[in-house]
Each structure stands twice: as structure tokens, then as C-alpha cells.
Design a protein around this ligand. Structure first.
Ligand SMILES: Cc1cc2nc3c(=O)[nH]c(=O)nc-3n(C[C@H](O)[C@H](O)[C@H](O)COP(=O)(O)O)c2cc1C
Length: 334
């Protein structure tokens, strides 16, 4: 399947693995790239630029295919030395960067100068148009369904993607709620040139997270996510658990007076305990509604091959079949 995204990034299939805190290590990124998609290392999971340089080198040892690095500019408890992270990316020879969280404009010049392609992840049409205007090469349009930070507009992908298609000249991928061949065909139909998946890639054999995390995704339904931190305008979609119920209760009682300190304990620095140690009630962690579509833990290659095979089947048998009937002479169609 050739699209503007496969051409731009030099990949075989129009499938991207979005950056994920404490999931996007070299093991997962290289597995996705080796399977023909675009794997992405999560830059800020590496505590220092030196550690990121090492992770990039490790990934390069595991794949000779293109892979990217995610840089998120969301507000953080520990502000990061972004120019040094960018230097590690440039010096590491990475050709693709996924930016997210905030307008990346001030960080673009050194990346562009190095010839790096930028795909900016955003949750609205206006931010997508802005990304195009400031020189991003592509956009990852993240609908309200998505795991992680869906923004504050709450527009789901059935509206967001065709709206983006109407306004953008640069290619974009559909992100949020994507799981299988049906998602890919729908994304293409709505104007995207591929899809980005987060939650689906966590439930794979190669994802370097605790088995409890994968089982929690398989066990969850589409009703099991919650939105937290709305009052802080930093909304996050997370899987419901004991800690999240406490957060929701705190948020209900504090209302608009909520401060980060009120929920600090259940939110800050909890990812290693959950994702590495499998302590599933230790705090809030991002998860998409798409958990309701995830029933197994395949290898990354099995997942990607299945998506492409199912998408091809769907196009050839179901969609072209529908058209064929229409085009048949009325006598034969009957
Ligand atoms: C556990 C988890 C951690 C994430 N961490 C990040 C991150 O550090 N940076 C980022 O830009 N996006 C992050 N995301 C968002 C994903 O890259 C992707 O946009 C999102 O998961 C897509 O929605 P989906 O989960 O429905 O596929 C994270 C998502 C999950 C599920």
C-alpha cells in the first residue's frame, strides 16, 4: 500500500507507532520498523540527552529500517533541556521526529536544517493547519478517542479527519481508536494517508512492559477509560483503576479549584511502577477507548501483517464488490 506517508518516511506500510512514555523503547520501535511500519522511540522517557543518544544507537543496532523519535512539549514536573535532546537526535542520524503537546515552532530550525522530517501530533484542525504553516511535513491527527492527551475540544475522528482532509495540503495520519484493518481502510476513506496507533501496540509480545499491562488492555472494554485533569486544561485519557477513581473523586470535590498538587501522588512519576513493575493501581496511565477492540497479544509483525491483509481483503472484496454491483447492468445485478 503506497501513500504519501509511506513515500515520505520510506516505509512499507502506512502504520506508525506513536511515542509512548515508558513503552517506546528501542525494542518496540525496532520491532515496528522491522515489520514495515514506523517505530518511534519516546525521547523524554530517557532521563537525559546522553541516555537518548544511547537508546537511538541501541535501536539502530536492532533495525536498518527508518525509525523516529518523539518529543513532547507538554507541561512537565521536570522541564527538559530540549536543545540538547534535539542535538542527540540530529547527531544520532534520526531522520524523522514526532512532535507533540504544544506548538513546536521554536524547536524546528535545527531539525529542519538537518533534513529531518517532522510529523506533529495534534488534536484539532486549527493546530493541524498551524503545523502546516510553520513547516511541519505531516500531521498526526489525534481524535477524542485517543489514549493520552486528547486536548480540550472533544471532537472524535469521524468528524476530525474529514475536516483535516478539507483544510490540509500536507499528508496526515489518523490517530486515536485505530486497531485493525477496518481502522486503516476507514482512515484512508476519510482522507488520511495512514494511521498511528498507541494502545494497540502496547498489547504486543515485543512491547517492553509488564505482562499485567497487556492483560489489563485485553480485559478492558471501550467503557473503561476516564478523562482526568480537565480542570487543569491538561486532559488525559487513562484506564480506570483504584488511583483513577480517587483522582475523579478529588476532581469532583474540588471542581475548578483543582491544582496539580491535589492529584500529584497518583499522577507524577508513576509510569515506571505501572508499566515496568506491573503495579496496576499505582496511578493513572494513558490508555485509549480502543482497548475495547483489543483481544489478543500478537507479535508486532503478526499484528501489522494482519492489518494489511485485512485492509486489502476489505478493499478488494467488500468495497470494490459493492461498486462492482452498482456498475453491473441492471439485468445482471438482479
Ligand atoms: C501509555 C501511553 C503513553 C503515551 N505517551 C505519549 C508520549 O509520551 N508522547 C506523545 O506524544 N504521545 C503519547 N501517547 C499518545 C500516543 O502516541 C498516541 O497518540 C495515542 O495512543 C493514539 O491513540 P490510541 O491509544 O487510541 O491508539 C501515549 C499513549 C499511551 C497509551
Amino acid at each position: 500500500m503506497k501513500t504519501a506517508i509511506t513515500e515520505m518516511f520510506g516505509i512499507r506500510h502506512p502504520i506508525i507507532q506513536g511515542g509512548m512514555h515508558f513503552v517506546g523503547f528501542a525494542e518496540l520501535a525496532s520491532a515496528v520498523s522491522n515489520a514495515g511500519g514506523l517505530g518511534i522511540i519516546t525521547g523524554l522517557t530517557q532521563r537525559t540527552p546522553e541516555l537518548l543518544a544511547r537508546e537511538i544507537a541501541r535501536c539502530r543496532d536492532m533495525t536498518d529500517r527508518p525509525f523516529g523519535v518523539n518529543l513532547s512539549f507538554l507541561p512537565s514536573v521536570n522541564p527538559r533541556p530540549y536543545p540538547e535532546y534535539i542535538a542527540a537526535i540530529v547527531e544520532g542520524g534520526v531522520r524523522i521526529v514526532e512532535t507533540a503537546g504544544r506548538n513546536p515552532e521554536q524547536y524546528l530550525p535545527p531539525l529542519k536544517k538537518a533534513g529531518i522530517k517532522i510529523i506533529h501530533k495534534c488534536t484539532s484542525v486549527r493546530h493541524s493547519v498551524k503545523a502546516e504553516r510553520i513547516g511541519c511535513d505531516a500531521v498526526s491527527v489525534d481524535g477524542f478517542e485517543c489514549g493520552g492527551h486528547p486536548g480540550e475540544d472533544d471532537v472524535p475522528n469521524f468528524i476530525l479527519l474529514p475536516r483535516a482532509a478539507d483544510e490540509l495540503k500536507i499528508p496526515f495520519v489518523a490517530s486515536g481508536g485505530m486497531a485493525d484493518g477496518r481502522s486503516l481502510v476507514a482512515a484512508l476513506a476519510l482522507g488520511a494517508a495512514g494511521m498511528n496507533m498507541g494502545t494497540r501496540f502496547i498489547a504486543t509480545k515485543e512491547a517492553p512492559v509488564h505482562e499485567n499491562v497487556k492483560q489489563a488492555i485485553v480485559a478492558a472494554s471501550e467503557l473503561d477509560t476516564r478523562l482526568i485533569m480537565r480542570a487543569l486544561r491538561n486532559t488525559e485519557r487513562v484506564l480506570k483503576n483504584k488511583a483513577v477513581e480517587e483522582i475523579v473523586e478529588t476532581e469532583r470535590s474540588k471542581g475548578s479549584a483543582l491544582t496539580f498538587a491535589d492529584i500529584h501522588e497518583q499522577v507524577a512519576g508513576v509510569y515506571p511502577r505501572i508499566l515496568m513493575q506491573g503495579d496496576m493501581d499505582a496511578g493513572a496511565w494513558s490508555c485509549g477507548m480502543v482497548a475495547g477492540l483489543i483481544q489478543d497479544i500478537p507479535t508486532v509483525k503478526e499484528l501489522i501483517d494482519r492489518i494489511i491483509a485485512d485492509a486489502e481483503q476489505l478493499i478488494r472484496n467488500r468495497l470494490i464488490g459493492l461498486l462492482g454491483r452498482d456498475q453491473m447492468p441492471a439485468s445482471e445485478a438482479a
